[in-house]
Design a protein around this ligand. Structure first.
Ligand SMILES: Cc1cc2nc3c(=O)[nH]c(=O)nc-3n(C[C@H](O)[C@H](O)[C@H](O)COP(=O)(O)OP(=O)(O)OC[C@H]3O[C@@H](n4cnc5c(N)ncnc54)[C@H](O)[C@@H]3O)c2cc1C
Length: 320
């Protein structure tokens, strides 16, 4: 097996998730190379050496300064056509999702996305992908090479494994159509109130809210308590609330004094991000919801009735 791992980087550091994917590739064995693409990125080759790659390809060119996908697809396509690379792995980000999809289209290759594991079974590579709202895992494979795979955020932790890789510079030849998109601006999201990592009180909303506009219920309660708003993966994936507020295995880990879970079932992947909270209060209409197994205080009922009353009570107490 000859694997290439695409390493994404930010502010002079290789991204943790892509180093995690590199660790997985090293564990699977075979020839493992990485590609670092960008402008002024030669120094990153040394960082990659700490994580077990046998070869580091560096595509360093001002044309790769902006985080745009098509120039990276050009570099990857050229590299793959010149080398016997049969597997290309990416840790999923906004950029790599685009790069992997573009590469699949360019090479007419199969792309499996949202994987949470990869293993060799009877000589074949088999990926694991959650399905049906993450309630089951399905095995997925490829019928042709190169095999492309995108891994879900937070799937693998980086594993240090110092190596002395060969570093090779790769030429950057871009297709005309790849230079047409320009990045006009990049901005950081501004948020008000305490961040969920710092907040003493967190009110978290889940799919039980039913619609994005119902997050107002959670926001009102958080404001009354002087706390921050968090969310489950189900709602951030649905676009109801920003990713920066996601708590859990693939989100943030929080430990406030009080965590109020509103319309959240309490899946294990959510629990691992908030179980360190001092007091957990759950509001859920299903008495059998898993969250009641570890909540300190459980309220069984309709959040649409309970939350506004609770907010009102908090306001009255605070005003008194
Ligand atoms: C590899 C992996 C990583 C993951 N990482 C994360 C992660 O980081 N964070 C995370 O949160 N999840 C994560 N998940 C997803 C997780 O498994 C669950 O799917 C998710 O947490 C469910 O979100 P939820 O509780 O909002 O939705 P649901 O499970 O759909 O629960 C909604 C709850 O609302 C209740 N409800 C509905 N209507 C009302 C009402 N009117 N009043 C009161 N209650 C109501 C229901 O009874 C139900 O219990 C991950 C999954 C995988 C496989």
């Amino acid at each position: 097996m000859s694997t290439l791992v695409f390493l994404e980087h930010h502010d002079g550091e290789l991204q943790k998730d892509s180093l995690g994917v590199l660790g997985k590739a090293v564990q699977l064995g075979g020839d493992v190379a990485v590609l670092v693409a960008g402008s002024g990125v030669e120094g990153l080759a040394a960082q990659a050496a700490n994580f077990g790659a046998k070869k580091v390809y560096v595509a360093d060119d001002p044309a790769l300064e902006q985080p745009l996908s098509q120039p990276r697809v050009d570099v990857l396509a050229e590299l793959i056509s010149g080398q016997a690379i049969d597997t290309v792995l990416f840790a999923a980000t906004v950029l790599t999702a685009d790069v992997a999809a573009g590469l699949a289209a360019r090479l007419d290759a199969g792309l499996n996305w949202d994987l949470v594991d990869l293993a060799e079974q009877a000589g074949k590579l088999v990926g694991k992908r959650p399905a049906l709202d993450d309630t089951v895992y399905v095995d997925v494979g490829w019928t042709s090479e190169p095999r492309l795979a995108l891994f879900r955020t937070g799937t693998f932790e980086p594993v240090e494994s110092p190596a002395e890789p060969e570093v090779e510079k790769v030429g950057v030849k871009l297709e005309d159509f790849s230079t047409l998109a320009k990045m006009i601006e990049q901005a950081h999201e501004e948020s008000e109130g305490p961040s969920i990592e710092d907040a003493d009180v967190i009110v978290a909303g889940g799919r039980g809210l039913g619609a994005p506009e119902n997050f107002a219920l959670v926001e009102d309660l958080a404001t009354a308590l002087g706390g921050a708003v968090a969310a489950t993966r189900a709602v951030v994936d649905a676009g109801w609330y920003p990713y920066s507020t996601q708590v859990g295995q693939t989100g943030k880990t929080v430990a406030p004094r009080l965590y109020i879970a509103v319309g959240i079932s309490g899946a294990i992947q959510h629990k691992v991000g908030m179980q360190g909270s001092n007091v957990i209060v759950a509001i859920n209409k299903d008495p059998n919801a898993p969250i009641f197994e570890y909540a300190d205080l459980g309220v069984v009922g309709d959040l649409n009735e309970i939350v506004p009353k609770l907010t009102e009570l908090v306001r009255q107490r605070r005003a008194a």
